[in-house]
Design a protein around this ligand. Sequence first.
Ligand code: AMP
Ligand code: MG
Length: 351
Amino acid sequence: MAMDTKIEIIKDCLIDAKKLRIAGEIIKEGGLVAFPTETVYGLGADALNADASKKIYEAKGRPCDNPLIVHIAEFSDLEKISGNVPPAARKLSDAFWPGPLTIIIEKNEKVPYETTGGMNTVAVRMPDHPIALALIRESGGYIAAPSANTSGRPSPTLAEHVAEDMHGKIPMILDGGAVGIGIESTIVDLTEEIPMILRPGYITQDMLEKVIGEVRMDPGIIASDSLRKPKAPGMKYKHYAPKADLVLIDGEEGRVIEKINELIAAAISEDKRVGVICTDESRSGYQAGQVISIGARNDEDAIAQHLYKILREFDDMEVDLIYSESFATPRMGQAIMNRLLKAAGHQVITV
Ligand code: AMP
Ligand code: MG
């Protein structure tokens, strides 16, 4: 049954306090509100209410074994949902919260299994966004929120993307404009003997190691090894997928451009619509197809910010094939390539 979806533009949390209060009421009553964070837009519900969490899975079409991240606004709230907060949690929160880092710890009986996909652990994050923090406080302190896209579609980085996927399914979307980072938080599991990164993001392994010592990378998420299962249930699904078939081309820039031009010509000769993801520097190397630059090659913040938006644009253009250059940048390269490789179903041509 379709419902009216109200889109509220929030410019300033103080001025728009009334809108935030209404959004908080919806969540306290067990309803859903989409809201901006610094990573991507989230689809929020009361994390301590089993029925409210269930609504998230319904609205997204999300598999029920894929747990949600609980968003908090005060560190002290962590101790209320876990009987075992390790010292590393405090160190990481001092260093990176509010910010794009999710930690996994043991849960207690306050957190329903509906929120954790049946797991005894809970993923927790304090987002660095004034609207998100204000909404969490208005809603009672705990908002379960995955990305606010339909399961399998690229994560939303604008309120318009949320509306595309969630219109008629949820009562309210808070529109705070474009998000800052554009890819999901780093997830680090503190229940492992040596903390383990389950999903790469803006906060890198190096940054974590400077604060808590040795950190490992989940072997299940590295490259195309499909035999090993990732530990985060969500990482095993074909996520972030555009409708078109996406292929990455990797290698020296000149040869990549040459190869993509060959592939474009072949696609056009078969009457296929083709899209290209390139950089500002390589843009002029392509004369055919729908060509979109993701930003300057050395501007990794721009690359992360634009990735999902471009995948959605190609969905709208209804291209059949997308060829993308690869962006293994120094800092966030691992996180960016993790998303792109998944979107491409690990189809890579090395030249
Ligand atoms: P999303 O909120 O859509 O970015 O997805 C949340 C991600 O966190 C998914 O990949 C989940 O599988 C992962 N996650 C959440 N809670 C846990 C947990 N307790 N243990 C392992 N992974 C988790
Ligand atoms: Mg998601």
